[in-house]
Design a binder for this molecule. Structure first.
Ligand SMILES: [Ca+2]
Ligand SMILES: [Ca+2]
Length: 480
């Protein structure tokens, strides 16, 4: 009872913070409305208006010159404060319904249907051209979930998702504080967004250098443990990441994109079928090349991992390729695509060597639902996309997966062992079919629907449960 009251108070404080900012900002902006449409083409303005996945990478100071097509939220995106300072306020609100039948292949609950809610509210204070402070508060919850919220990923009453100072340094900027990081398309390190409710922030420092040839990032971070109560998320004692990432400049979208990275990971406690629980030091050397030209798109990534786990040698790898062709001149712009993934598994249990590939906080490569983690997985996907209108995208996909090595089992998304394996068992995990619709109702409002069926393969049916999974999801997002 006291807990729920505290929660209500904290939610109110967060809301009050936001309302106060809006009330204060509104009149200030109204007094200083600049002339409309100062010198931008409609395409250039549309590009500047694109809301980024990483809201901290937006820059709304162009509104100083006035908008060609004004938006009701413009007064919050750019609030001049005098002496070259400005403030930008925005939010990402999400309501997410999930319905499962046989969530874990029939082990445990037969049915679970619930709502997740998430609010991210940010303020970007630019003190001058060389200094800014970015803060982003978060509040997440789950309603009606049987078994209650899962500890780190479902509920966080009110907490700091990001809070960093960014200062100019020769050739770039330095960010210090709590922040998010995603490498490439998130196959190896991401923000845990997508199907999960609470995103993954990191505490540390990131140096971003840019020139004509490209961009170089260097970073060292402690992972933040997200916990349900207010303002209690901490990084102390958590694993840390460090690394460098180099990206080739892409003057136009037709140019070849190239990324190379070295990522270090050090954790006091990791769990694998080979070796149990122990200390892990893992290094990942990876590269990605991608291109989008004349209707063809291709994105390939490969990783090699080395290091030690409980004193034993780590040697693991992954390879991914996604490609497709879009019939741009046909009605509904059909795209046909395919993908392959392979993530190494352990060749033998108890041989003093660990071959289990580990992506850290990874986006599942195919589809919304991630019934298992990517360690010891290989598979192939066929996908078809249609775009009946510029703001409506339809996707149908089917993929088939099996264990990469038959000595090792499979893991859940958070690297908890899910099912052990043995060479006597089948490697066939199963197939997944997904139908998805994404509809941009307005520039701010988006509705997404997912229907998924996972057919349990022989390996799953040889264990407990062994049933097919059905998954339905509806996501409503409002962003400004
Ligand atoms: Ca918390
Ligand atoms: Ca082994």
């Amino acid at each position: 009872m006291r807990g729920s009251m505290t929660l209500a108070v904290l939610r109110s404080v967060g809301l009050a913070w936001f309302v106060a900012a809006v009330v204060v900002a509104g009149p200030v902006a109204a007094q200083t409305a600049p002339p409309a449409g100062a010198g931008l083409s409609p395409q250039a303005e549309a590009a500047l208006r694109t809301l980024r996945y990483h809201r901290e990478d937006e820059d709304w100071r162009w509104l100083k010159r006035g908008a060609r097509t004004p938006d009701a939220w413009d007064r919050f995106e750019y609030i001049p404060l005098g002496n070259g300072a400005s403030l930008s306020i925005g939010a990402d609100l999400r309501a997410y319904y999930e319905g499962f039948r046989n969530e874990n292949f029939g082990v445990g609950l037969a049915e679970n249907r619930y709502f997740q809610n998430r609010a991210l509210v940010h303020a970007n204070l630019r003190i001058n051209d060389n200094l800014r402070i970015f803060t982003q508060l978060q509040s997440e919850g789950v309603t009606n979930r049987k078994g209650g919220p899962r500890r780190t990923i479902d509920r966080n009453d009110l907490d700091v998702n990001q809070a960093f100072v960014e200062t100019a340094v020769p050739g770039g900027v330095l960010r210090l504080g709590r922040q998010e990081l995603r490498l490439g398309v998130g196959r190896i390190l991401s923000t845990r967004d997508g199907v999960l409710n609470v995103r993954q922030p990191l505490d540390g420092a990131r140096l971003i250098l840019r020139n004509k040839a490209g961009r170089l990032d260097a970073f060292v971070f402690h992972q933040v443990l997200t916990t349900p109560d207010a303002f209690d998320d901490r990084s102390k004692g958590q694993p840390y990441w460090w690394g460098v990432q180099a990206q080739r400049a892409q003057p136009t979208p037709r140019d070849l994109g190239v990324e190379l990275y070295l990522l270090g990971y050090d954790a006091q406690r990791a769990t694998y079928y080979d070796g149990g629980v122990g200390q892990e030091r893992r290094r990942t050397l990876g590269g990605r090349v991608f291109i989008n030209r004349d209707g063809w798109d291709s994105d390939a990534e490969a990783n090699y991992q080395f290091g030690t786990f409980r004193g034993n040698r780590i040697e693991a790898w992954s390879a991914d390729w996604e490609a497709g062709y879009t019939f741009r001149d046909r009605p509904w712009k059909p795209r046909l695509g395919w993908a392959f993934t392979a993530n190494s598994g352990d060749k033998a249990i108890g041989d003093g060597e660990l071959n289990s590939f580990r992506p850290f906080v990874a986006r599942h490569p195919w589809g919304q639902l991630a019934p298992f983690g990517l360690t010891n997985i290989e598979g192939v996907q066929a996908v078809a996309n249609l775009q009946p209108r510029s703001n409506l995208r339809l996707t149908a996909r089917r993929y088939w997966v099996r264990r990469q090595q038959d000595a090792e089992g499979i893991y859940a998304g958070g690297y908890a062992p899910l099912r052990p394996g043995s060479p006597a068992q089948s490697r066939d995990i199963g197939s997944q079919t997904e139908l998805a619709a994404e509809y941009d109702v307005t520039r701010h409002l988006k509705l997404s629907l997912f229907l998924t069926h996972v057919e349990a393969g022989r390996y799953i049916r040889q264990g407990p449960g062994g049933k097919d999974i059905d998954y339905t999801a509806a996501i409503l997002q409002y962003r400004f």
